[in-house]
Design a protein around this ligand. Structure first.
Ligand code: ZN
Length: 309
């Protein structure tokens, strides 16, 4: 049950990885290290797959040294559209992949069972089985960072959907025709409520650089542009979560990613905005902060890797 495994979370900027032993709990998150992905520096999709294999080999070696045995499996969380049963990347814009048999290729290279999972769904598994949604029948995990997406879980199992795109709420047009989104359309949730959108809008409006968390602080301090931007973000996020709530009716919504670090400055107005959009009190999910912080992807990849043993 708690055999050592190697867990990795591959993002556009970093590969996070850890050797995971023993129980996985939010109070005992995996000891995660980082490697540069290089995906933004002209690395091809094939080269990136090689880099992931190299990091996996390094972690396998580390596991042999520290635990005296090879890991029983490797779990790899990746972004984009992921067919988990086959371990295939259908498409990942961030990693430059299309129709790539990731699991098959890595297993051939590493000689160890590999479990490939979607990064947000892996994070959702960690929160549902060992984090903020433990013991809840239905839960949504919504990391808000550079992008916004949701993992929908029932009984600790994520629901990928027919085309592996369930919960992709980032480009719901909640403010159609207004703020341009990197996807080419206007008024998507991500264009208003993502951490990067908040920072970008603040820079455009004031000519000053500030992170989303700093904008939250400035808004709380009474700064007018910061308050407007922060309120827009909260309302747009509430629109998206309200849509999710009316469709999926989760018991709890776990907010993760960089924006969750704003704590009550995000969660208090968000709960209020969702209450205003609810049909009645009975349809309101609890809205809570993630327990695993930045390591949900690795924790989930480790939990899913253990299932292959
Ligand atoms: Zn968009």
């Amino acid at each position: 049950m708690s055999a050592p495994v190697v867990a990795m979370d591959v993002g556009g900027t970093f590969i996070k990885g850890a050797v995971v032993t023993g129980m996985i709990t939010a109070g005992r998150p995996p000891a995660v290290r980082r490697w540069a992905t290089g995906a933004d520096g002209g690395v091809t999709g094939e080269e990136l797959l090689g880099r992931i294999a190299a990091v996996a080999r390094e972690l396998i070696g580390r596991c042999r040294e520290e635990e005296g045995a090879a890991p029983a499996a490797v779990g790899v969380a990746i972004p984009g559209l992921v067919e988990e049963e086959r371990g295939r990347s259908v498409r990942s814009v961030n990693l430059g992949w299309r129709d790539l048999e990731v699991r098959q290729r890595l297993e051939k290279d590493l000689g160890i069972p590999v479990r490939v999972c979607h990064d947000v769904r892996a994070g959702g598994v960690a929160e549902a089985r060992a984090g903020a949604a433990t013991g809840r029948g239905t839960a949504a995990f919504v990391p808000v960072g550079t992008g916004i997406a949701a993992a929908l879980l029932t009984g600790g199992r994520p629901m990928p959907g027919a085309h592996f795109a369930a919960g992709e709420i980032g480009h719901l047009p909640v403010r159609a025709g207004t703020i341009p989104c990197p996807c080419g359309r206007k008024g998507c949730i991500e264009a208003v409520a993502s951490a990067s959108a908040i920072a970008r809008r603040y820079r455009e409006m004031t000519g000053t650089d500030a992170t989303a968390a700093q904008v939250a602080d400035l808004a709380a301090g009474g700064s007018d542009p910061a308050r407007r931007i922060w309120d827009d973000a909260v309302q747009a996020l509430a629109d998206g979560l309200s849509f999710l709530t009316h469709t999926f009716d989760p018991e709890v919504v776990v907010i993760g990613g960089g924006l969750a670090k704003a704590g009550p400055r995000l969660l208090a107005p968000l709960r209020e905005a969702m209450r205003a959009r609810a049909l009645d009190e009975h349809h309101l999910p609890q809205v809570v902060p993630a327990a695993f912080s930045d390591h949900a992807g690795c924790a989930g990849a480790a939990l899913l890797a253990r299932e292959t043993i």
